[in-house]
Design a protein around this ligand. Structure first.
Ligand code: DAK
Length: 260
């Protein structure tokens, strides 16, 4: 399927999704959000694809936020509606059942940082800058930023970023745990690709259950999380991949997982 603002490439088990509006630093308008929804829905249902990289076109921006021109016309009703819609697209990414790696190749601001935080892993270019500048526009983050940022970096740091509107450099983002890795700009995509391929070679069910245990476990108490982990561990034990993985270890060979 051809899209106007999103490019989808698939190679073996890894897909790259590129937001492609470089003239406005890949800002997210409604059409781009709809195209991302279509693309991620397709990737969720594509059994060949086992890991996804999300990035932005050009060398300046990952995504510089929601399209300010578009949101300038919003009133209370369609503002709330847009926020709910955006949150549903980010929830689709977060619950894809396969890892999505954000390759943050430049500015990740506002909605851009929010979409990166809905991804499972974040790798940044050393040139990237990240922040929640919504406060400078008289609004607050509307795509889950107030919630996911605090969960990732803690309440104090999230409060500082959301209230100051300041953007922080990649090195600081790494220091506070907002991104997993920082790389020279020219190496970012190779590093993201290598990590995506590494995860894609694992058993898909174990990857899915591991993501579910970490992510959903954090929503409740420790006891609930441990209970969820035990349940998912039990499900892993019923898979062919567990038989293959343990046999391969004992037979001193590489496992060939089948995601069953
Ligand atoms: N939207 C629209 N256009 C944008 C844009 C954006 N977010 N960011 C950049 N552009 C456009 C610029 O207008 C400019 O267009 P032309 O003037 O060339 O036509 C072009 O991209 C290049 O940008 P600059 O000339 O500004 O480039 P610089 O290198 O000088 O500066 C910058 C780069 C990233 C520092 C600067 O562009 C900037 O500050 N951009 C805005 C960043 C920002 O504030 N992003 C957060 C947007 S707010 C909501 C739901 C969700 C949200 C809000 C409400 N409700 C449901 C109500 C989410 C809000 C956001 O994400």
């Amino acid at each position: 399927m051809e899209f106007e603002n999103v490019i989808l490439e698939k190679t073996d088990a890894v897909a790259i999704v590129r937001v492609n509006r470089p003239k406005v630093l890949n800002a997210l308008n409604r059409k781009t959000m709809e195209e991302l929804e279509c693309v991620f829905f397709e990737l969720k249902n594509d059994a060949q694809i086992k890991a996804v990289i999300l990035t932005g076109s050009g060398d300046k921006a990952f995504i510089a936020g929601a399209d300010i021109k578009e949101i300038s016309g919003y009133q209370a009703g369609n503002g709330t509606q847009f926020a709910h819609y955006g949150q549903s697209v980010l929830a689709l990414i977060e619950n894809l059942g396969k890892p999505v790696l954000a390759a943050i190749n430049g500015y990740a601001l506002g909605g851009g940082l929010e979409i990166a935080m809905a991804c499972h892993l974040r790798l940044a270019s050393a040139r990237a800058k990240m922040g929640q500048p919504e406060i400078n526009l008289g609004v607050i983050p509307g795509f889950g930023g107030t919630q996911r940022l605090a969960r990732l970096v803690g309440e104090g740091r999230a409060m500082e970023l959301v209230l100051s509107g300041d953007a922080i450099p990649a090195a600081e983002a790494l220091r506070i745990g907002l991104v997993n890795q920082v790389h020279p700009p020219e190496e970012l995509m190779d590093k993201a690709w290598a990590l995506a391929e590494k995860i894609a070679a694992k058993g898909g069910l174990a990857v899915r259950y591991a993501m579910e245990a970490v992510h959903h476990g954090l929503q409740g108490s420790l006891a609930e999380g441990l209970n969820l982990e035990a349940k998912l561990f039990g499900l892993c034990c019923a898979t062919e991949d567990k038989t293959e993985g343990t046999s391969a270890f004992l037979e001193k060979r590489n496992p060939a997982f089948k995601d069953r």
